[in-house]
Design a protein around this ligand. Structure first.
Ligand SMILES: [Zn+2]
Length: 399
C-alpha cells in the first residue's frame, strides 16, 4: 500500500521547468529594439518576434494600417494537431514603449542589464517582459512534456501607448480578434486586473478680450478666467458612488498656456484636462460633466470651446467570471500565493477585447504597475520567472 503522503502530493509544478536565462535573454533582446511611441515604429521588432515564435506558429498575419505601425497575429500550432473544439486563448501584448527622458536614467534604457535581481530597461515591465514570459511558457510546457489545453493565438500589437488606434483597434476592425478568453500580460505584479478606468483628454480654449495692461478691467482676461476654470475642475469631486475597484472619476488639469505678453490683457488661454472615468461613461457624458462643473462655478462672461484630444472608454468584467478564477489558480500554482483581484486607474488595450470583442479579459503580468513609464524602469527577474511558470500553468489548464 502506498504511504498516505503519496495521495497528498500535488501535481508537479511547472515552475521547475522555467529557464530563467532564456526569459531574461528574450526580454533583453526585445527591449534592445527601440520601439518608442511617439513617434511609433514597431516594424523593427518584427524579426525578433517572429524568430521567438516561428517554430510554433502555424499561421502569421500582419496588419500594418500605417507605415511602420505593424501588428502581428500568430496562431500557434498545437502539438496534438488542430482541433476547433478546444477553446481559443488570446495573449495580447503591445510592442511599443513610452519615450525616455535619457538624462533622468542612470542606465541605458535600450541596453538592458540585470543588477541585483532587477532587469533594467525601457519596456522591461511595460511590457516586453510579459510578452517574453508568455513565449517562454511554451518552452516550459515542451520541457515538461505537456501540451496546452487550448488553442493559442498571440496578438503582438502596435500603438497601445497612444490609444491603440494602429494596433489592437486595427485588429478589431480587421475582424481578427476571435477567441474565448484573453490574457494581457501588462505589469500588475501578477495580480488580476479586471477593471480599468477610462480616459478623456481635452483642451479648453478660453477666449478673452484684449486690452491695455495698465487698465486690466477694461479687457476680459482669459488667464483670469482659466484660473477659475482650473479651480473648478482640478481634483474636483464628480459625485456618484465609489466603484469597488476603481474608486471615483477624477480630473487633472495637466497643462495651461495663455496670453501674449506682459502688458496685454490675455486674449486667450488653453487648459489641458485629463479625466479618468468609470465604466458606462462616454466621451459625451464625460464632457457634459466638465461643462456642468464649469457652469456651476458661475464664471462671469466665460467663453470657451471644448476640443477633444483622446477618449478611451473604461472597461470591466465580473470578478466572479470563471476566467478570473482560472488565471488566479494558475498564478497560485506557480507562486504559492493567491493573487488579488484589482482595478487599474489607467486604460490598456484590454478594453477593446472586453468591450468591443466581448471576450473576457484579465490583465496579469510581471512587473510593478508603478514601474510602467518611469525612469530606470525595471522588472524583477524572480517575477519574470514566476510569470513564465504561471502562464505555462494557465496554458496547460485552460481547456
Ligand atoms: Zn503597457
Amino acid at each position: 500500500m502506498a504511504p498516505s503522503w503519496f495521495y497528498a502530493l500535488p501535481v508537479a509544478s511547472l515552475a521547475e521547468y522555467v529557464d530563467q536565462e532564456r526569459v531574461v535573454e528574450l526580454t533583453r533582446s526585445l527591449v534592445a529594439i527601440d520601439t518608442r511611441n511617439p513617434p511609433g515604429n514597431e516594424a523593427p521588432i518584427e524579426d525578433a518576434v517572429r524568430a521567438a515564435l516561428d517554430r510554433r506558429a502555424a499561421r502569421w498575419q500582419t496588419v500594418e494600417p500605417a507605415p511602420g505601425r505593424m501588428s502581428l497575429v500568430a496562431e500557434l500550432e498545437h502539438p496534438e494537431g488542430p482541433n476547433p473544439d478546444r477553446p481559443t486563448l488570446i495573449v495580447n501584448g503591445h510592442l511599443d514603449v513610452v519615450p525616455v527622458n535619457a538624462e533622468a536614467w542612470s542606465r541605458h534604457p535600450f541596453d538592458p542589464q540585470v543588477v541585483d535581481g532587477r532587469l533594467y530597461g525601457r519596456g522591461t515591465a511595460d511590457m516586453k517582459g510579459g510578452i517574453a514570459a508568455a513565449i517562454c511558457a511554451l518552452d516550459v510546457l515542451e520541457r515538461a512534456g505537456r501540451a496546452p489545453a487550448c488553442n493559442l493565438v498571440f496578438h503582438l500589437v502596435a500603438d497601445e501607448e497612444r490609444g491603440g488606434r494602429w494596433g489592437t483597434r486595427a485588429l478589431l476592425d480587421a475582424g481578427l480578434i476571435r477567441g474565448d478568453a484573453c490574457l494581457v500580460p501588462e505589469p500588475t505584479d501578477l495580480q488580476l486586473c479586471v477593471a480599468e478606468r477610462g480616459l478623456l483628454q481635452a483642451w479648453l480654449h478660453i477666449a478673452g478680450r484684449p486690452g491695455h495692461g495698465s487698465r486690466p478691467r477694461e479687457g476680459v482676461s482669459a488667464i483670469e478666467q482659466a484660473a477659475q476654470v482650473v479651480l473648478a475642475l482640478h481634483a474636483a469631486d464628480f459625485g456618484g458612488e465609489d466603484h469597488p475597484l476603481l474608486g471615483r472619476p477624477t480630473a487633472n488639469v495637466g497643462t495651461i498656456s495663455g496670453g501674449t505678453t506682459f502688458n496685454v490683457v490675455a486674449e486667450s488661454c488653453v487648459v489641458g484636462v485629463d479625466r479618468r472615468v468609470l465604466p458606462g461613461a462616454t466621451a459625451e457624458s464625460a464632457q457634459a460633466e466638465l461643462d456642468e462643473r464649469i457652469r456651476r462655478a458661475g464664471i462671469e462672461g466665460l467663453r470657451y470651446r471644448f476640443e477633444l484630444s483622446t477618449f478611451g472608454e473604461a472597461s470591466e468584467m465580473s470578478p466572479g467570471d470563471p476566467w478570473v478564477k482560472q488565471v488566479g489558480d494558475a498564478v497560485t500554482r506557480a507562486t504559492g500565493r493567491p493573487p488579488e483581484v484589482i482595478g487599474m486607474t489607467f486604460t490598456t488595450d484590454a478594453r477593446f477585447v472586453r468591450n468591443q470583442a466581448g471576450i473576457p479579459t484579465v490583465v496579469c503580468g510581471p512587473g510593478a504597475i508603478d514601474q510602467a513609464h518611469t525612469d530606470d524602469e525595471y522588472v524583477e527577474v524572480a517575477q519574470l520567472v514566476d510569470a513564465t511558470a504561471a502562464f505555462a500553468e494557465l496554458f496547460a489548464a485552460y481547456g
